[in-house]
Ligand binder design. Structure first.
Ligand code: NAD
Length: 468
């Protein structure tokens, strides 16, 4: 039919098919101008040995529609399977994960009746890069990657989004007292870019105390911008604080494409029981309508949903004796929302979507300045005595490249022994250049000599300093 916008739809796993069916039913009844192209992703494919959990046909559809409405999928735990959610976000460049969490009190019980905040989660970096190694029999490593470009895009997005929505404050949370380089970069970019937005209050909390404040007084927060992992955890917390993890939707936004999904997962224990709340996916579908410019339909659906909550027709997760009027199944809840289409809520604030928010493409220049090689950290698993090992390393000197420190799991062992002596077999030995710059050749010579001494390293990480 003319005027319909093609979108890609995946019904997902667990409760996914039920909540997607409910959501599409409401959208159809509301006259949303969409043309769903259905694709299969997730568990069925994983179980058939497709380790990425997605077929080429599904990719083709997503890449042509550039709009993906996705029900949750089950990610098999353990090795061999990459999270499809992470793959899709990375492949489509969906760098911003926007998760509004607000209260619908008194109709949805919550301890925080005035909370109304938006989590803006960075979506492509941090520990989600999936770069992990098993380094020794006993030690695994996960790489946390944070780039200046990634920080600039998400922080700029958070401020622009706040301005677009008339929000007054952006809070950043990091753990830069510990992760001085990675989280430190995120924090410093936040401080720097906040100066361009004098109309918006900017604040920063260390994530542990920030999370505690968020959990106790979410009403004090407005827009919260976070690196990937903290954003993932805290958006589940805030969704649950607003009444149920089942009522919050999310949009994953990039410069060219967008994916819309509920915050929650596939809740396999509830699958096939017609008890799941479709509201989170419905919310994300409403955000999709706004993104597609179907603002009026988005407002109509949102108002019908609010009216349904007000009328006390609730799914099991938000049903409360004495307060709710009827406990509805997933299907019945969807029919109730459809019956309320065209109505407005009496006491909850009605829908007020105006224009879609499309982020500007942020082009970050590569940093200028001088990069200087100062030395190398070499990592070992030892067969023999560690004191003897350190003594032998002290005698190595390659044109001024010398041992300056030895660490075990972060604790310094030499020249000062700061650890308690309860060491695991994971040694990091720092070699630094005495005075002048180090060279790649010196480092290769060093590694060769270590090898000749019978010490096998499992990793070498060059040490650089940068000047502007
Ligand atoms: P989950 O969010 O699926 O469920 C946790 C609990 O929250 C459920 O047991 C249920 O009590 C409640 N819940 C969640 N959604 C609900 C709804 N719509 N209505 C009512 N109650 C609801 O978290 P989990 O059990 O940790 O994860 C299950 C699977 O989902 C895992 O394989 C995980 O990897 C995957 N997952 C997928 C996504 C996604 O596709 N975007 C996101 C998170 C988790």
């Amino acid at each position: 039919m003319a005027g319909l916008i093609p979108i890609t739809v995946a019904h997902g796993d667990g409760i996914g098919p039920e909540i997607m069916e409910a959501t599409l039913f409401i959208l159809k009844e509301a006259g949303a101008r969409i043309e769903p192209q259905e694709v299969t992703i997730g568990e069925k494919l994983y179980l058939q040995g497709v380790t990425q959990g997605i077929t080429q046909e599904a990719w083709d559809s997503i890449k042509s529609t550039k709009v993906f409405l996705k029900a949750p999928i089950t990610t098999p735990q353990g090795g061999g399977y990459r999270s499809l959610n992470v793959t899709v976000r990375e492949a489509l460049g969906l760098y911003a994960n926007v998760r509004p969490c607000l209260s619908y009190a008194p109709f949805v019980p919550t301890l925080h009746p005035s909370m109304n905040l938006v989590i803006v989660r960075e979506n492509e970096e941090d520990l989600y890069s999936g770069i992990e190694y098993q380094q020794t029999k006993d030690v695994c490593e996960s790489v946390k990657l944070i780039s200046r470009q990634g920080c600039e895009r998400i922080v700029r997005f958070a401020f622009e989004y706040a301005r677009h929505c008339g929000r007054k404050k952006v809070t950043c949370m990091t753990k830069d007292n510990i992760m001085k380089k990675t989280d430190g970069l995120f924090h410093s970019i936040f401080d720097q870019l906040s100066r361009d937005y004098s109309d918006i209050v900017a604040e920063h909390w260390i994530v542990d105390i920030g999370a505690a404040k968020l959990a106790v007084q979410p009403e004090n927060f407005d827009v919260v911008v976070l690196p990937n992992l903290y954003g993932d955890i805290l958006s589940d917390v805030t969704a649950q604080l607003s009444g149920s993890v089942g009522i919050s939707g999310a949009m994953n936004i990039g410069a060219e494409a967008a994916m819309f999904e509920a915050i929650h997962g596939s809740a396999p224990r509830h699958a096939g029981k017609n008890t799941a709340n479709p509201s989170g996916l419905l919310q994300s579908a409403i955000y999709m309508l706004v993104y597609l410019g179907q603002i009026e339909t988005a407002n109509v659906v949102q108002n019908a949903w609010l009216k349904t909550l007000e009328s006390g027709k609730h799914t099991k997760d938000i049903f409360r004796d004495g307060q709710s009027k009827a406990m509805l199944g997933t299907k019945e809840f969807a029919r109730a929302v459809a019956r309320h289409l065209g109505e407005a809520p009496a006491s909850l604030k009605g829908a007020d979507y105006r224009a879609s928010f499309k982020p500007q493409r942020v082009v970050s220049e590569a940093s200028a300045g001088v990069k200087q090689l100062n030395g190398v950290d070499v990592y070992f698993e030892l067969a023999g005595n560690w004191q003897e090992f350190i003594a032998r390393l002290q005698n190595i000197n390659i044109s001024g490249l010398r041992l300056t420190a030895v660490f075990n799991r972060g604790a310094q062992v030499w020249p000062q022994q700061l650890g308690a002596g309860d060491y695991i077999n994971h040694w990091r030995c720092r070699f630094e250049s005495n005075g002048s710059f180090a060279s790649q050749d010196q480092i290769l010579d060093l590694l060769n000599i270590l090898h000749q001494h019978g010490y096998e390293f499992f990793k070498a990480e060059n040490l650089f300093s940068f000047t502007a």
